[in-house]
Design a protein around this ligand. Structure first.
Ligand code: ATP
Ligand code: MG
Length: 240
């Protein structure tokens, strides 16, 4: 089943007299449970596509079907509802609230979802446990390492139990070792049945995905399965 299906989506930004066709015509189908990397040069439209896929933005034209629902013509409120239910988002800069603890940051989406305080605390604590950070629940972002901050952001993205995790350059601000730790976490999340889509500039990070979609000038330049040796080895291992 396709969980994500874009049909000829385009995104045009108009600023004064300047027109930018950030996406020209992008048609992509992603099945439930896939792990996909979006790559491509700066300005090729990766973030624009992620934001549309994540219901943070709407296409100028074309259709976007998310989980059998046509979301391309939805208004702001409807879109927010779909987003809260279906999607967890992780960003390069973590986007945590600086004065709130890890636990409070992770619990935030649950306020909008209408949970009471006790349930919020319990669910947020479980989400922190899932990323190995239960012992940092009371720390504020500036009391955490970069990798730990990103783990908190991942916990927040997953606390509502969305089926899709979207990450725009999740390792962009992390050193190599920490980047791989976050990728190991993504592997775990993916192996639990989640659909994972990430944007990355780094070839070695993209190798974690099963499928690599390259964008150029607002178009899909290539879309191929990852036949990398590392993935093959991981597959052999998991088969015993
Ligand atoms: N809100 C906006 N208003 C106007 N133009 C925009 C806006 N967002 C993006 N653009 C333009 O659209 C094009 C695609 O931008 P986008 O952010 O999708 O690129 P990207 O592939 O994510 O690049 P990077 O690798 O640098 O993050 C760029 O030319 C950019 O300047
Ligand atoms: Mg970008």
């Amino acid at each position: 089943m396709n969980i994500i299906e874009t049909r000829n989506i385009a995104k045009r930004y108009v600023m004064g007299t300047e027109v930018v066709d950030a996406l020209k015509s992008v048609t992509i189908s992603i099945q439930k449970g896939e792990y996909v990397a979006f790559m491509g040069p700066s300005g090729s439209g990766k973030s624009t596509l992620m934001n549309i896929v994540g219901c943070l933005d709407s296409p100028t034209s074309g259709q976007y079907i998310l989980n059998n629902q046509d979301v391309s013509s939805m208004g702001e409120n409807e879109l927010a509802e779909v987003r809260n239910k279906e999607i967890g988002f992780v960003f390069q800069t973590f986007n945590l609230l600086p004065r709130q603890t890890s636990l409070e940051n992770v619990a935030l989406p649950l306020i909008y979802a209408g949970y009471n305080k006790a349930d919020r605390t319990e669910k947020a604590m479980q989400a922190l446990k899932n990323v190995g950070l239960e012992n940092r629940a009371g720390h504020r972002p500036n009391e955490l390492s970069g990798g730990q901050r990103q783990r908190v952001a991942v916990a927040r993205a997953l606390v509502n139990d969305p089926s899709i995790l979207l990450a725009d350059e999740p390792t962009g601000n992390l050193d190599t070792k920490t980047s791989y730790e976050i990728m190991d976490l993504f592997d775990q999340i993916h192996s639990k049945g989640n659909t994972v889509i990430m944007v990355t500039h780094e070839e070695d990070i993209a190798e974690y995905a099963h499928r690599i979609v390259r964008l150029r000038d607002g178009l899909v330049e290539s879309d191929r399965l990852n036949t990398n040796i590392r993935k093959a080895q991981a597959l052999m291992q998991s088969l015993g």
